[in-house]
Write a protein that binds this ligand. Structure first.
Ligand code: FAD
Length: 503
C-alpha cells in the first residue's frame, strides 16, 4: 500500500513539471511534486545561493569530484575545470556511449542552469515537426501564454549597440554579415533591466559576473520564480526534494504506484518511499521521463506501454565551436553571459542551421567567437533497457553526431572564408577538435507526441498517465527548446483538465 498518496503526482520540476503543477493547483487538485535535486533558496557560507563559474565548488555539479564544463581547455591548458567534493549540485552531465547530455538538477530543472534564450520556433518548422498539432492554436494561444508566464523580454537595441558587454556579439554579427548571413535578436528570460543596472553598478552582478551554467544568483526568471512560485501559491501543491523516482507501476484499482529514493547531500539513500496517485504527470525531462517509462515497459511493471516509448531521440543538432578573429576584431574582456543573438540560416534548404552567438567570459581579451549551432540533423536514436545493469542506454553513434558538425562546418567555413579567419583548435580537450558534437544542452524526444502518446501527451496504453516535458519533441525543434516545451505542456494541461477530470 502507498505510504503517501495524492490525487495527482508530478515527477520533476522543470518546464513540463512546473506547468503541470501550476495548472493542477489552480484547478483545485491536491498535487505532489517529486524532484530529485535540491531547492536552491539558501545561501552557502559565502553568502550566495549558487557558486561562481570561475571558482566552482560542490554546488556546481551533481555528485562529481571534478567539474565537467563544456569547454575543456583554453590554449590546451586545463584552465576551466576544478576539483570539487560530491554534492547534489545544480548541473549534471549524463554520459551515454557517444553522447553526453547536460541537464539541470533542482527545483526548476533546466531553468536554473540554462542560457535563458526564449525562442519560439518558425511556425512552418513547428508544423513540420508536429503535423497533428493545430499550429494556429499554438501560435495564437499557447506560445503567447508560455512567453508571458515565463517572463520573456528582449535586450534594448540601443544599449546592445553601445555596451562593452555585447561587443563579442557585435563582432560575431559582423563576421556573419561579411558572409552574407542574417542575424536576429533572440528574447531571453533574464531581466534586461536588471542587467543594465548591473552594468551601471547599481545592482549586484550575476550575468555580468559570468554566472550561468552553475546557476544565477540574480536577474534570471527561473521557474522557481515564475511557474513554481505560482503553483505553490495555489495552496494545493506540495514539493518534495532530493527524492528520485525509481519505478512506476499500477495498482489493481487503476491508481499509480511510485517508488522513490530519498537521498541526503552525500548521495546516500536514507529512505525508500512509496507513493500513490490517480493522475500521474511525468516531467522528468527527455532523459528522466523516457528512462522511467522504458524501464516500466521492459521490466513489465507497465507492460502495455507502446513500442514507440524510447524512440525518436535527438540532440537538437547541437554543435559547439569557436573561431579566432583578427586582432583588430576584439570581443572584449567583459562578456554578458546571456546570449541575445543568433545567426539564422534555417531558411537555407540545403543546410539549415541556427547558431547562437555564445559568450566566453574569461575576463581578458581572447579574440574568440564561440557558437552553439543548432542544425537540422535528421538522425534519431532510441533508449533501450539493459537488464544486466538495470539502466537505460542510448543508441546514439559518433557518425550521427558527425552529421551535425558537418552542417555546422558548412556554415562556418563560409564565415571563415569571407573573413579570412580560422577555427580554434584548443577549446575542447584534444589538439585537433574543432567541433564539439558529442554533447548536447537540448535533449529532445524519447516519448514523442502522437507516437508514444496521443496528440496531447496522454501515454498510450494507460489512462490518466501523461508526459509534459521535452521527451514529447521529436529530436529537433530548430531553436532553443524551452518555450516550445512550456507551450506544449500548457496545451496538454488545458485539454486534460477539460476532458479527463474525475467524474
Ligand atoms: P528539465 O528542465 O530537465 O526538468 C526535469 C526535472 O526532473 C529536473 O529537475 C530533474 O532533476 C528532475 N527529474 C528527472 N528524473 C527524475 C526522477 N526520476 N525523479 C525525480 N526527479 C527527476 N533551452 C532554451 O530554450 N534556451 C536556452 O538558452 C538553453 N540553454 C541551456 C543551457 C544549458 C547549460 C542547459 C543544460 C540547457 C539549456 N537549455 C536551453 C535547454 C533547456 O533547459 C531544456 O530544454 C529544458 O530544461 C527541458 O525541460 P524539461 O521540462 O523537459 O526538463
Amino acid at each position: 500500500a502507498a505510504a503517501e498518496s495524492a490525487p495527482a503526482i508530478v515527477v520533476g520540476s522543470g518546464y513540463g513539471g512546473a506547468v503541470a503543477a501550476l495548472r493542477l493547483g489552480q484547478a483545485g487538485i491536491r498535487t505532489l511534486v517529486l524532484e530529485m535535486g535540491r531547492l536552491w533558496d539558501t545561501a552557502g557560507p559565502d553568502g550566495t545561493v549558487f557558486c561562481s563559474t570561475s571558482a566552482p565548488d560542490r554546488r556546481s555539479m551533481w555528485f562529481r569530484t571534478r567539474t565537467e564544463a563544456p569547454l575543456a581547455t583554453f590554449l590546451w591548458l586545463d584552465l576551466v575545470n576544478k576539483d570539487i567534493s560530491p554534492y547534489p549540485g545544480v548541473l549534471d552531465r549524463v554520459h551515454y556511449d557517444h553522447m553526453s547530455v547536460y541537464v539541470g538538477r533542482g527545483v526548476g530543472g533546466g531553468s536554473l542552469v540554462n542560457g535563458g534564450m526564449a525562442v519560439t520556433p518558425l511556425k512552418s518548422y513547428f508544423a513540420e515537426q508536429f503535423p497533428t498539432v493545430d499550429a494556429d492554436e499554438m501560435y495564437g494561444t499557447y506560445f503567447p501564454r508560455a512567453r508571458s508566464m515565463l517572463g520573456v523580454n528582449t535586450v534594448d537595441p540601443a544599449w546592445f549597440e553601445s555596451t562593452d558587454w555585447y561587443r563579442f556579439t557585435r563582432t560575431s554579427r559582423k563576421a556573419a554579415a561579411d558572409a552574407g548571413l542574417r542575424t536576429t535578436f533572440v528574447p531571453n528570460v533574464y531581466d534586461f533591466g536588471y542587467m543594465q543596472r548591473e552594468a551601471a553598478g547599481t545592482a549586484t552582478r550575476s550575468a555580468l559576473a559570468g554566472e550561468v551554467i552553475y546557476g544565477n544568483n540574480h536577474g534570471k526568471r527561473s521557474l522557481d520564480k515564475s511557474y513554481l512560485a505560482a503553483a505553490l501559491g495555489t495552496g494545493n501543491v506540495t514539493l518534495h526534494t532530493l527524492e528520485r523516482v525509481r519505478s512506476l507501476s499500477r495498482a489493481a484499482d487503476g491508481s499509480y504506484l511510485l517508488t522513490a529514493d530519498r537521498i541526503d547531500t552525500t548521495g546516500a539513500i536514507v529512505e525508500t518511499k512509496q507513493y500513490g496517485c490517480r493522475y500521474l504527470f511525468l516531467g522528468g525531462g527527455s532523459l528522466g521521463t523516457t528512462e522511467l517509462l522504458v524501464r516500466a515497459r521492459d521490466t513489465g511493471t507497465l507492460p502495455d506501454l507502446d513500442p514507440a516509448v524510447g524512440a525518436g531521440w535527438g540532440p537538437n543538432g547541437n554543435t559547439m565551436l569557436g573561431r579566432a578573429n583578427h586582432v583588430w576584431d576584439t570581443v572584449g574582456a567583459d562578456q554578458a553571459t546571456m546570449p541575445v543573438m543568433g545567426i539564422d540560416d534555417w531558411a537555407n534548404a540545403d543546410n539549415p542551421v541556427f547558431a547562437e552567438i555564445a559568450p566566453l567570459p574569461m575576463g581578458f581579451e581572447h579574440w574568440i567567437s564561440l557558437y552553439l549551432a543548432i542544425t537540422k540533423n535528421p538522425e534519431r536514436a532510441s533508449f533501450t533497457y539493459d537488464p544486466a545493469s538495470g539502466t537505460v542506454r542510448l543508441g546514439w553513434t559518433a557518425a550521427q553526431s558527425a552529421v551535425s558538425s558537418g552542417m555546422a562546418k558548412k556554415l562556418f567555413d563560409r564565415i571563415n572564408l569571407a573573413n579570412l579567419t580560422l577555427y580554434r583548435y584548443d577549446l575542447f580537450g584534444s589538439t585537433s577538435k574543432v567541433f564539439a558534437d558529442d554533447f548536447t544542452y537540448h535533449p529532445l524526444g524519447g516519448c514523442v507526441l502522437g507516437k508514444a502518446t496521443d496528440d496531447y501527451g496522454r501515454v498510450k496504453g494507460y489512462s490518466r498517465l501523461y508526459v509534459t516535458d521535452g521527451s514529447l519533441v521529436p529530436g529537433n525543434i530548430g531553436v532553443n527548446p524551452f518555450v516550445t516545451i512550456t507551450a506544449l505542456a500548457e496545451r496538454t494541461m488545458a485539454r486534460v483538465l477539460a476532458e479527463d477530470a474525475a467524474p
